[in-house]
Design a protein around this ligand. Structure first.
Ligand code: NAD
Length: 429
């Protein structure tokens, strides 16, 4: 199972599940059905390349569980894609849709390929080939794909077009992540970052702290971080630093301004990958610090919103005693060792699959709007997003308080409990 690597995401997903299955005292059949994907498809996608040769790409779709509704999850193009990564990601999608109580299951797909070395035409043929292999097993009522790493709105439109050509009709609800005006939803760009702040706002409310009395340090300055900063600043909070990757120097830096960073100022010197221009930042009066410095700041709140595996057994010891909340914008930023430290320190953690669920929630709204062929205003989308995120947060934090358990465990207990119940109610187990 380990595929020669020390880290296997699917083994980690199963270990997380096993811990909560014990807490919930699940029976063996339920464990068996939830530990593994219900269905997985492996296929070859032959593509006539630009040089006239034919190359066969390996494609996957994994439907981990659809007891609560159609499977939902992205399609990733990556040269190192493995079936175990897809299995793990589809498992996490099941828990993510369940924790926000969306009537959806979890799925994920992928193709082993590197878009950097493929022409647009070759990528289009991979997208169309992926759909031709799987069109009978996906659809608006069974499994709804979306973009993920290295796939975008264009890939989704090619896939939709192929699906509609095969089916002979219009099915805009088949896939999400489409551009606005071609079946996409307003508010999707803001959704994940805003969702993080909706949950943070509720956490602060519970602690009796006003956002305007707090300071934040953020790792990342991409889509999630930028919109998290926007909303948090609108609530009156102060962001004193952001950290991001510098492509030129091949390292990360932290940009700090103790009086508070200006979002517009930083956006004006940031590339489309979320990298800030170091020289220009210094000119604008930002201190340029080591990439890891974001974690050591004397702030109330830390928001990791860049990549996984950042709060580790080592780095976590550097966090200030002042930190009260960690809101996980990124997927998997905290290792189990760091989790134990935060729990002991009494830091309130808003776990990734709750905090960053605004993205999938808005994708669900896109699916609903596409199926109706009637589209909402941005205000309507964001208001519904706030309601969904707030009630999901309330359910998790109420359980954590009443049972005196860690927030991440409470989120898993709710998510896994809901899916287990759906399997039982359907008579599967
Ligand atoms: P993005 O590509 O727009 O931005 C990533 C940011 O992280 C960039 O600013 C980059 O410079 C920074 N970064 C990368 N490596 C770094 C490092 N070593 N140190 C410091 N900064 C580094 O990505 P995004 O869409 O904002 O996603 C961020 C995280 O949130 C990812 O973990 C992603 O899986 C997760 N997430 C995103 C969404 C979404 O809707 N965008 C939804 C759910 C979860």
């Amino acid at each position: 199972m380990s595929q020669g690597k020390s880290f296997n995401a699917f083994e980690m997903a199963q270990a997380q599940f096993d811990k909560v299955a014990d807490m919930l005292d699940l029976d063996n059949a339920t464990r068996e059905i939830l530990r593994n994907p219900l269905r997985e498809y492996h296929f070859g996608i032959p593509v006539r390349m630009d040089d006239g040769s034919v190359k066969v790409f390996r494609g996957f779709r994994v439907q981990h569980n659809d007891a609560r509704g159609p499977a939902k999850g992205g399609i990733r193009f990556h040269p190192h894609e493995t079936i175990d990564t897809v299995r793990a990601l589809s498992t996490w999608m099941t828990w993510k849709t369940a924790v926000v109580d969306l009537p959806l299951g979890g799925g994920k797909g992928g193709v082993i390929c590197d878009p950097h070395n493929l022409s647009a035409r070759e990528q289009e043929l991979i997208c169309r080939g992926w759909i031709r292999q799987i069109s009978k097993n996906v659809g608006p009522l069974s499994d709804v794909p979306a973009p993920d790493v290295m796939t975008n709105a264009q890939h989704m439109l090619w896939m939709l077009d192929e699906y509609e050509t095969i089916l002979g009709g219009k099915y805009p609800g088949f896939i999400t992540g489409k551009p606005v005006g071609m079946g996409g939803s307003l508010g999707r760009t803001e959704a994940t970052g805003f969702g993080v702040i909706f949950t943070l706002r509720e956490a602060l409310k519970d602690m009796g702290i006003k956002p305007s009395d707090t300071t934040v340090s953020i790792q990342g300055f991409g889509n999630v971080a930028q919109y998290a900063i926007k909303l948090y600043q609108e609530l009156g909070g102060k962001v004193i630093c952001v950290s991001c990757w510098d492509q030129k120097d091949q390292t990360s830096y932290t940009y700090r301004k103790m009086s508070g960073v200006s979002l517009d100022e930083l956006l004006s010197i940031t590339d489309r990958f979320g990298g800030i221009d170091k020289g220009k930042a210094a000119e604008k009066g930002y201190e340029v610090l080591d990439g890891a410095a974001w974690i050591e700041q004397d702030v109330d709140i830390l928001i990791p919103a860049a990549i996984e595996n950042q709060l580790t057994g080592d780095t976590i010891k550097k966090i200030s005693k002042k930190v009260k909340i960690v809101a996980e914008g990124a997927n998997g930023p905290t290792t189990p060792e760091a989790d134990a430290f935060l729990q002991e320190r009494g830091v309130f953690v808003i776990p990734d699959f709750l905090a960053n669920a605004g993205g999938v929630t808005c994708s669900y709204f896109e699916q609903v709007q596409s199926n109706m062929n009637y589209f909402w205003t941005k205000e309507e989308v964001l208001e519904k997003l706030d309601q969904k995120m707030t009630s999901a947060f309330r359910a998790v934090s109420d359980l954590a308080k009443s049972k005196n358990i860690y927030m991440r465990d409470a989120a898993y207990v709710i998510a896994i409990g809901r899916v287990a119940q759906a399997c039982k109610d359907r008579g599967w187990v």
